[in-house]
Design a protein around this ligand. Structure first.
Ligand code: NAP
Length: 234
């Protein structure tokens, strides 16, 4: 896996529980993608995952991108095929799969808010579109993103998906969306936080205290990893 800071990642541990023969998985912190190709060649890499902040930045460095990743505009999985780097997106199908498992069709809300506008946010938007759920991005800089909302005065009776890193280890006392305490009961609020470390983010804890249904990103992590392993032929 490549990314800038990987101290939060459980991907290597997950891989190592599988007992794949003749395959190993490592975490490579990179300050930039300048030497990506040299790294692939020197380390004899057959496939890798991509995380913050490179899921979009990697696109022009790839030889090909599959249709889903191209439509999303973000890549979290790369296969090395005869020296060619091919980009895929397993975040979107993994999010869709886990959302459908969590919420039966009858409980799927009509609208959702996606906190963040990065790679994971785009994958979530793609999945919601497949499911017919309307969505709006929420950004710190709404003026930079078409139709994005600001964090002020958001409705709190919808499905909210946290696709920002706020609240992730080691920044565990932060939340992207403070829910005022004591809060009014919010039975229509549902929070799916893509963060899995810690397992209960501050956003999830505050939402639970308001009576909301909450879910973390651990199952999505597992599902997107399984889909990556399939792509790499493991
Ligand atoms: P990213 O591309 O860097 O995007 C993060 C977005 O969060 C930014 O576009 C930004 O949107 C927003 N943001 C708000 N406050 C921020 C802050 N203080 N610092 C940085 N960004 C901030 O990251 P990503 O790859 O989409 O990942 C986002 C989160 O999802 C991470 O926590 C990651 O671990 C998690 N994730 C989990 C899984 C899983 O399998 N469970 C899969 C993918 C990602 P604005 O600038 O518009 O506000």
């Amino acid at each position: 896996m490549i990314g800038r800071k990987l101290g939060h990642s459980l991907s290597q541990e997950l891989f190592e529980t599988q007992g794949f023969k003749d395959a190993s998985y490592g975490l490579y912190e990179m300050e930039s993608l300048n030497r990506l190709r040299q790294w692939v060649e020197q380390e004899h890499i057959n496939g890798f995952n991509v995380t913050i902040p490179y899921k979009q930045e990697i696109l022009p460095l790839l030889d090909a991108v599959d249709d889903t990743a191209a439509e999303i505009g973000a890549v979290n999985c790369v296969s090395v095929e005869g020296g060619r780097l091919v980009g895929h997106n397993t975040d979107a199908p993994a999010f869709q799969h886990t959302l459908e498992e969590w919420l039966p069709v009858s409980e799927l809300p009509h609208t959702a808010l996606i906190l963040g506008t990065g790679g994971a946010a785009r994958a979530v938007a793609y999945a919601l579109k497949q499911l017919g759920v309307e969505y709006r991005f929420v950004s710190r800089y709404p003026e930079l993103h078409k139709d994005a909302a600001s964090y002020d005065g958001l409705p709190l009776d919808v499905l909210i998906i946290n696709a920002t890193p706020i609240g992730m280890y080691p920044d565990i006392d932060s939340t992207p969306l403070p829910l005022s305490a004591p809060c009014s009961p919010r039975p229509s609020l549902m929070v799916y936080d893509l963060i899995y470390n810690p397992s209960q983010t501050l956003l999830m804890r505050e939402a639970t205290a308001c009576g909301a249904k909450v879910k973390n990103g651990l199952e999505m992590l597992r599902k997107q990893a399984e889909m990556s392993w399939d792509i790499w032929g493991l």
